[in-house]
Write a protein that binds this ligand. Structure first.
Ligand SMILES: [Zn+2]
Length: 276
């Protein structure tokens, strides 16, 4: 006898998978500081093409890792070094608020040249620089020559990134969660869950991590068991939504019937063949 319960379950599963792609909570993972730890970085790229990678322009491996990520389908952004308030080792060409427009433009242009395929920028460190409106205006002016967006890593509360970006019509978005401030697997796993909760509440969440071995381990297990209502989404897709994402299509009963009519037909034929 035909198993109607099986067919009903199958159809409902397909239906739920279908609406999932329209209404899923969007989780964006950005992994910073690329260009120094090739092995870990390759592991991250291989986890999913939907992970976004942020490459330090003056790192030794910048061009190679950006190209590798792009070829694998990952979004690449420039991880632009900006001055912090505290004393920390600085990257070459770290941006400071005292720098003039020409100097900032030289550094931004150089960064764009050193990171192929980049579609946006986020800040490496930068509590001093991003809280300085004049400095960030210089950055956004230099950026306005390219069609790039800015992801504010939010390394400080009183950031001027949004204000400066708006003045130059640069698309801007902010980080929600840091995954691995504490480099312990249980803490990283907790932060991942926080990001998922924010994505469910707000429709999306942006989490930033680093190529630490602990982060790689947690992402491997978390992404293998990602809840069905959460979709790992590229940063570029979130900022420049695809036409289908801009206006979620309303799924009508007729759509469902049409979509699965063939499937039901096929199963009916299959059942009849079995009977013969
Ligand atoms: Zn960084």
């Amino acid at each position: 006898m035909i198993n109607f319960r099986f067919i009903f379950t199958l159809i409902m599963t397909l239906f739920l998978l279908n609406i999932q792609s329209v209404w899923a909570a969007k989780l964006v993972l950005v992994i910073d500081d690329f260009g120094y730890r090739q092995r870990n970085e390759e592991q991250i790229i291989l986890l999913s093409p939907n992970i976004t990678v942020a490459v330090l322009p003056n790192s030794p491996n910048a061009k190679h890792i950006a190209t590798l990520a792009h070829n694998h389908g990952n979004d690449v952004i420039i991880h632009l070094p900006m001055a912090p308030m505290g004393k920390q080792p600085l990257e070459k060409d770290t941006l400071f608020p005292y720098m003039n427009e020409i100097e900032v433009q030289r550094i931004v242009t150089n960064a764009v040249e050193r990171v192929p395929y980049a579609i946006g920028i986020n800040n490496h460190m930068g509590s001093l620089m991003t809280s300085n409106l004049n400095g960030m205006q210089h950055v956004m002016k230099a950026l306005s020559r390219y069609s790039m967006f800015f992801l504010d890593s939010k390394t400080i509360g009183k950031t001027k990134v949004k204000q400066a970006a708006n003045e130059y019509n640069i698309p801007v978005i902010g980080r929600d969660v840091f995954l691995d401030d504490e480099q312990k697997e249980n803490s990283i796993a907790h932060q991942f869950d926080v990001a998922v909760a924010i994505a469910r509440k707000n429709g999306y969440a942006i989490a930033i991590g680093h190529p630490h071995p602990q982060t790689v381990n947690v992402l491997r297990s978390k992404l293998a068991n990602l809840p069905i209502d959460v979709e790992l989404t590229k940063l570029g897709q979130l900022i420049t939504p695809l036409p289908s994402m801009k206006q979620p299509k309303k799924v009508t009963l007729n759509d469902i019937v049409e979509k699965y009519k063939k499937l039901i037909n096929d199963m009916y034929l299959f059942y009849n063949l079995e009977k013969k």
